[in-house]
Design a protein around this ligand. Structure first.
Ligand code: SF4
Length: 331
């Protein structure tokens, strides 16, 4: 069997992970562990690009994120799970790449303006925030990863990484890095409890770490089809977030029944939500149980990332020898 292709992806620790994070990325990570040589990292420096003013919760966020990962099925025997800031070579490569990356390339990354506008309460006119796609490039290419699992909104970042790689290899006349390619992941729609995008800043999340009772308390009052005011009004599952959740958890035959029942007022929203919770619980109960058990042994969690970091760092160190040599700083 040939060597598995190397894949790399990271997640910013910024609080507990919610179902949007799970279905948008983590579920896919768990799936691809068997197909690829996977490197998954805690992007703690990336968190600081926006959370630099108050990093007091960072350690707790890191720990809880890794607990979420393990509970959901990331397996340290299959994948390398590590912490970005424990591999200082990422910072060195970021610095060296910043020498060759034109500012205009960074300014035109679509998410640069978008996030700046979204987080207008924070001062993101910083060097670190402008340069974060450069750090992201360093994260990827330091492992010579060939694939980066991303959603559509991240493709521009990978494209920029490819441009930086081409520039580096051209300037120093050596193929030190290979161009990473995006592995497009189709992500299902996971709305928040108010129908908007699930996001901590909207306070509309169901978290992986929520108990069964907390989840039930959140689902029962969730908004449904706003046009369905009374029990005998027919509803429209296409505009109802509860039905979006059914698509994630409920077997297809039952989804069809619910769809029909909703459109003909044969089923009420309360019953519809109760049916959903049966399937959600079936899916999440084992993960919740595993999470509680893992959270009782935080030392083991830190040991896992320490071990993963040691392995990842070895690769990063080897790459940096080549980079220093190419840039003539290897005396
Ligand atoms: S019956 Fe279900 S799908 Fe239809 S509006 Fe109510 S909660 Fe939504």
């Amino acid at each position: 069997m040939g060597k598995k292709e190397r894949v790399l992806s990271g997640m910013r620790p910024s609080g507990r992970l919610h179902l949007g994070n799970y279905h948008g990325a983590l579920q896919n990570w768990v799936k691809i562990q068997n197909e690829y040589d996977c490197h998954f990292f805690v992007a703690d420096w990336h968190s600081l690009t926006t959370e630099y003013a108050d990093p007091s919760n960072l350690k707790d966020w890191v720990e809880n994120m890794v607990i979420d990962w393990l509970a959901c099925g990331l397996d340290p025997k299959k994948s390398k799970l590590f912490i970005q800031s424990w591999v200082p070579e990422h910072a060195e490569l970021h610095l060296l790449l910043s020498m060759i990356t034109p500012i205009s390339w960074l300014e035109r990354v679509p998410s640069y303006k978008e996030i700046k506008e979204q987080l207008s309460n924070k001062d993101l006119g910083t060097y670190g925030f402008l340069g974060y796609p450069n750090l992201q490039t360093a994260d990827i290419i330091i492992y010579n990863a060939s694939g980066v699992p991303v959603g559509e909104d991240q493709v521009a970042h990978v494209e920029l990484s490819r441009e930086i790689v081409r520039r580096f290899n051209f300037l120093y006349k050596k193929d030190v890095f290979k161009e990473p390619k995006p592995l497009l992941t189709l992500t299902p729609k996971v709305p928040g409890l108010d129908g908007r995008k699930m996001s901590k800043s909207y306070n509309n999340c169901i978290y992986i770490s929520d108990t069964k009772e907390e989840t039930h308390k959140k689902i029962m009052p969730a908004v449904t089809d706003p046009a369905r005011k009374r029990r005998d009004d027919p509803g429209n599952p296409d505009v109802c977030l509860v039905f979006d959740y059914h698509k994630l958890y409920t077997p297809e035959a039952e989804q069809k029944e619910i769809d029909h029942g909703c459109r003909t007022a044969g089923i009420g929203c309360v019953d519809c939500k109760k049916k959903l919770l049966v399937h959600m619980d079936k899916f999440w109960d084992p993960i919740r149980e595993k999470r509680v058990a893992i959270a009782k042994k935080p030392k083991k969690v830190w040991d896992i990332v320490e071990d993963g970091t040691k392995k990842a760092r070895k690769v990063a160190q080897e790459t940096m020898l080549k980079v220093r040599e190419a840039m003539k700083v290897s005396y």
